[in-house]
Design a protein around this ligand. Structure first.
Ligand code: ARG
Length: 459
């Protein structure tokens, strides 16, 4: 029977179907660099407290480096019967170092080991996703200058509402992705905790120094309860949730741009490099990248549910169910990473169709609310102003004209507080110019926010 690291009490060989069913090396091999890093720190700590000699430590650390190189180069064959990445690394070490390798697993278990590997992995992943988010934000901010002259209709219920500068749209996405970045940093606080040394579930009678391991691995604290450590995947659920919200933001952006890319809207031109054609309709140019960014958001969003269902019925402490956590989290991470990368490229490459946008920018009474606010400034109660402008809009609809086309007499018939200066607020350009509140879509507030984001993103 194949020699198993845990084979001592077994009389029968494992059924090969069980080996195939229980293995995780097919998906946890990507934890190899973290497993090696964790083992090197562990060996260093073991030597420090006298559980192995300095010479043993040096051999273990150097050989682990070697094994890491072999795995990276695809030179370490994976064997189903060795189950997972932890067993592969340990068995390779023992093959090379004999009894010295057999000392490495002193004072630890795969339960605290896999938790540590995952924490190191997620810590890196947070840094990587943060970088991609920053690139995407920068792409939006860079558009602000390119599109400085463009005014867009903003919608609620997909009905024209009020005008905003195009840059206001771009910065709205910066805000969302900014919160996503802050959320990741907050998540990092709970990720960056050292599990190693919690051993199987109860800690150990050996004189290990958990603080030293934590320091060596750059963790900010040592986890306080060994039972909790073995069962805890909160940090992974949280990270996946952060990813799912990024995906949701990407998806709403993609949806918006898919709509803008339609012939009916015609606001946007997407570069050929980021669109695809139809196998039958020769004229087609489809926003497949945006559609897949929208579609792939299903994966991280589903992963959060998958992880919560995975952990919700588990008793303390480690249960093998937890092995499934990696499938959900890795897929969520890979998906969001790929989406973010392409999103930045699409944002950079897209062009606003100024002529189409401008041709219809006076439609939809985008200045109605500004007219109401003009009335408020003349002392009219808000509700009365609302009613008055509603009636004027109805009048325009019956005459097929815009508010700015109404004569002063028509306007004054609706409200005698209106005077000639009303024409200074009517029309989309005037409506835009009138915005002054903090965070609004007019020139000054938007310019202020561009400045903020440029400083924030060091652009
Ligand atoms: N491959 C396992 C996982 O990913 C490692 C931990 C195994 N622990 C155990 N007691 N069988 O969860």
């Amino acid at each position: 029977m194949a020699a198993k690291a845990w084979g001592g009490r077994f009389a029968q060989a494992t059924d090969p179907r069980v080996e195939k069913f229980t293995e995780s090396i097919s998906f946890d091999a990507r934890l190899a660099p973290y497993d090696i890093q964790g083992s090197q720190a562990h060996a260093t700590m073991l030597a420090h407290v006298g559980l192995i000699s300095d010479d043993e430590r040096d051999q273990i650390v150097a050989t682990l480096d070697e094994i890491g190189g072999q795995i990276a180069a695809g030179q370490l064959p994976f064997r189903t019967e060795l189950e997972d990445i932890h067993m592969h690394v340990e068995s390779a070490l023992t093959e090379k170092l004999g009894d010295i390798g057999r000392r490495l697993h002193t004072g630890r278990s795969r339960n605290d080991q896999v938790s540590t590997d995952l924490r190191l992995y997620v810590r890196d992943a947070i840094g990587q996703i943060d970088g991609l988010l920053r690139d995407l934000q920068s792409a939006f901010v860079a558009r602000c200058e390119r599109d400085a002259d463009v005014v867009l209709p903003a919608y609620t219920h997909l009905q024209r509402a009020q005008p905003v500068l195009a840059a206001h749209y771009w910065l709205a996405y910066c805000e969302k992705f900014g919160r996503d970045r802050a959320r990741l940093q907050d998540c990092l606080k709970r990720v960056n905790i050292c599990s190693l040394g919690a051993a199987a579930l109860a800690g150990t009678s050996l004189p290990i120094d958990r603080q030293m391991t934590a320091d060596l691995l750059g963790f900010t604290a040592v986890a306080g309860n060994s039972l909790d450590v073995s069962s805890d995947r909160d940090f992974l659920v949280e990270f996946t949730f952060c990813l799912s919200l990024i995906a949701a933001h990407l998806s709403t952006w993609a949806e918006e741009w898919i709509i803008w890319f339609t012939t009916e809207f015609g606001f946007l031109k997407l570069p050929d490099a980021y669109t695809t054609g139809s196998s039958i309709m020769p004229q087609k140019r489809n926003p497949d990248v945006l559609e897949l960014i929208r579609g792939k958001s299903a994966r991280p969003i589903a992963a959060v549910g998958q992880l919560l269902v995975l952990i919700k019925g588990l008793p303390m402490a480690y249960n093998r169910d937890l092995q499934e956590d990696k499938l959900a989290a890795f897929d969520a991470h890979d998906t969001v990473s790929a989406c973010l990368e392409l999103a930045a490229a699409v944002v950079e490459g897209a062009e606003l169709q100024r002529d189409t946008i401008n041709a219809r920018i006076e439609e939809g009474f985008l200045d109605a609310t500004t007219l109401m606010e003009y009335l408020i400034k003349q002392g009219v109660p808000m509700r009365t102003g609302h009613e008055t402008v509603g009636k004027l809009v109805a009048l325009c609809e019956s005459k097929s004209c815009k508010l700015a086309d109404l004569s002063l007499t028509e306007l004054q018939n609706a409200c005698d507080k209106i005077s000639d200066d009303v024409y200074g607020v009517l029309g989309t350009a005037n409506a835009i110019a009138a915005f002054q509140s903090h965070g609004s879509g007019g020139k000054a507030p938007v310019a202020q926010r561009i400045k903020y984001w440029r400083a924030e993103l060091k652009m």
